[in-house]
Write a protein that binds this ligand. Sequence first.
Ligand code: NAD
Length: 379
Amino acid sequence: MEEISFRTKIFIGEHALDRLNQITAERIFIVTDPFIEKSGMTAEVTNRLQSKDNEYQIFSDIVPDPPIETVAAGVKVIQEFNPSVLIAIGGGSAIDAAKAMKDFAIRLSPQQKDMKFIAIPTTSGTGTEVTSFSVITDEVNHVKHPLVSDALLPDEAILDTHLVKSVPPTVTADTGMDVLTHAIEAYVSTKANDFSDAFAEKAVQLIFDYLPRCYKDGNDLEAREKVHHASCLAGLAFNMVGLGINHSIAHVCGAQFHIPHGRMNALLLTPVIEYNAGLQGLTHQSFSAAAKKYAQLARVSGLPAANVRVGINSLIQHINQLKRELQMPTSLRACGLKKEQVMSALAAISEAALKDGCTATNPRIPTSKEIETIVEKLY
Ligand code: NAD
């Protein structure tokens, strides 16, 4: 038996941020990053909290891939300020850090009351506004720790398209490919079901149709809205059924080589599809369930898919074409890494990737040698 539930209320459409006008008489802790604060987006939040007996405090020290130390600093402020509402506005880093701050503050002091958690994403990528995940980085050991608990699920998510207009093209590309990876990994997850498939298929279609438009013109609000929704849909899909080794390897390589999360996912996406599909030497009678699902995804995305092999090839070609349109690097070498740096880390990467929580729902059980081969080929 599986239970499917959606705890997070989602506000979408024009003026979605006006949901904040309804907050009265609360102590509000706002977590964000320095760019979001300087850009005036945090003011978009605070302007809606004025003169209603609200008190607020802003924590704007979030950096990409938030480290444990930043979370600890936020926990301290929560303990002093004692908020009743926590608002996280920013990319995945700000929202994940806020999730961890809230969770640790409650665990550390039993008298700490629970807070309503409102997540306002300003990138279209992680889907963290609707997930039970938070990714925190151990900078000393170069490891990303995915925390997983229903306690991390936001109570509300506000998807306001105007907030993503300013995302620069490279971040639009990286985060958009993160969405695509979430949707594709959820689609072939060992736990996939008809509900997660529906979210994942829609997310993939929206990314294929609208991500290139966002990249070319950040002010294309129709395209921005579609990709913002795709990000949330993909988050709902993988929150239900998990991810796979694309993310396991990306978590390790991203922390080790300091490559943005979405860019690392994008590099891995087609090699992982090839590995999971495992087409070499197979006839159509013996195609795996994952191979058939990739072909099905090609079919529902309007790509040629006369049979499983054709479907998988057209999915791979379409993703490669998308990466070219987004002018993304196609190898670790193109990301500026030295060959020795990658080769000497292979064994450690594969060991950590096998232990990562996302590996459990990958459709094919990898050996450490197979993971090493995937990473080696990325160079
Ligand atoms: P991010 O939050 O690290 O932000 C990247 C950069 O974009 C930052 O410099 C930020 O200031 C800037 N930025 C954010 N919004 C902007 C805007 N509207 N305009 C201009 N610049 C803007 O990036 P991200 O990709 O959203 O999040 C990545 C983090 O999320 C990683 O730590 C990753 O591991 C994690 N993650 C979490 C989940 C989850 O389910 N919790 C899923 C995937 C990834």
